[in-house]
Design a protein around this ligand. Structure first.
Ligand code: PMV
Length: 333
């Protein structure tokens, strides 16, 4: 009853922001992302009848019961996995990320996609990718997309039980290998407002949220089409527009949520200027200060060179479309 899995973080081109059902983790709107080839979570889980309590160790740090990471995230997820599998056993989970946790780099997406894949293997649940994406969703919404590689859409669904709410691949990584995202780390500190709390507050208090929901389906359609046709300008410009709209709902929430720092703003201006000069790059930003620059392979080197000139940027990593979540024989304990 032990298995290990690796899953990669994804970066949304059309964002998920807001739940319509917190219990079953159903989104207000559909979303589209690219699964990365680099940032990953590697997780080992073992269900063990001799354990009295679950053990959770992430990046060498233990998160016992009573801590938010356990109670609100992994503990709830394990309850769902136990119900689904019919096996009421405690688990030891050890997970490692190769990127900063909780700083707007979708660490929870990679983490829960890896955990769902490992739990499925350890408990012999026999879930296919659709089932896995639905299980991963119960840990963190965006994790539902990290089950698949390449370009992925998380379908909003209509049913209140979540039975039509899962992720499916739009195109595999080989479809558009020239697509790049340059992640510019402007701070490695954990963010003050987790996305879960941020989206719930936005839904309740932002007057802009209605406009977000009214326009997101159009963005989904455009980005889906742009990916299939490999129309870079269409995908990049729509992703940037969608990101700004999401941040507009955050900024207008009471109290206002500002995830950006000075480095974030500096890069936004720079990217706009580069575009005016003919260097085609767009940005997207999640619930954190990091800027992900969307570009094509041919321009990536020049953009990295320019980004490195900014003193505020702590680290730059170039990613491209990456693989599905998968089991591995490499156990962490
Ligand atoms: O699944 P969560 O709770 O990590 O929320 C993710 C929210 C965004 O990253 C801002 C958008 C997205 O679709 O990934």
């Amino acid at each position: 009853m032990k298995a290990s899995a690796i899953a990669h973080a994804n970066i949304a081109l059309v964002k998920y922001w807001g739940k319509r059902n917190k219990e079953v983790m159903l989104p207000q709107n559909g979303s589209i992302s690219m699964t990365t080839n680099d940032f990953h979570a590697h997780t080992t889980v073992e269900f063990d009848p001799s354990l009295q309590e679950d053990i959770l160790i992430v990046n060498d740090k233990e998160f016992p019961k009573g801590m938010e990471e356990y109670d609100d995230y992994v503990g709830k997820f394990l309850t769902v996995a136990r119900q689904l599998s019919g096996k009421d056993l405690k688990a030891k989970i050890v997970s490692k990320n190769n990127f900063p946790t909780a700083a707007g780099l979708a660490s929870s997406a990679a983490g829960f996609a890896a955990l769902a894949t490992a739990v499925n293997g350890a408990l012999g649940m026999g879930l296919d990718q659709k089932g896995l994406s639905m299980l991963a969703r119960r840990g963190s919404g965006s994790a539902t997309r990290s089950i698949h590689g390449g370009f992925v859409e998380w379908l909003r669904g209509e049913n209140e039980d979540g039975s039509d709410c899962f992720a499916q691949q739009i195109a595999p990584p080989e479809h558009w290998p020239e697509f790049r995202m340059i992640t510019c780390i402007t701070s490695t500190k954990a963010k003050k407002v987790k996305s879960r709390a941020g989206m719930s507050q936005t839904l309740k208090t932002s007057p802009m949220y209605k406009a977000w929901l009214e326009t997101v389906n159009q963005n989904l359609e455009t980005v889906r089409k742009g990916i299939l046709e490999k129309n870079f300008s269409l995908v990049g410009s729509t992703a940037e527009e969608n990101c700004i709209k999401m941040h507009a709902t955050m900024l207008t929430t009471k109290p206002s949520i500002v995830y950006w720092n000075a480095g974030t703003i500096e890069l936004i201006h720079a990217i706009h200027n580069w575009r005016d000069e003919g260097l085609e790059a767009y940005f997207t930003i999640d619930a954190g200060p990091q800027v992900k620059i969307i570009c094509l392979e041919k321009d990536a080197e020049e953009i990295v060179r320019r980004v490195k000139e900014f003193p505020a940027i702590e680290d730059v990593r170039v990613v491209k479309p990456g693989p599905d979540a998968r089991l591995t024989e490499e156990h962490l304990f």
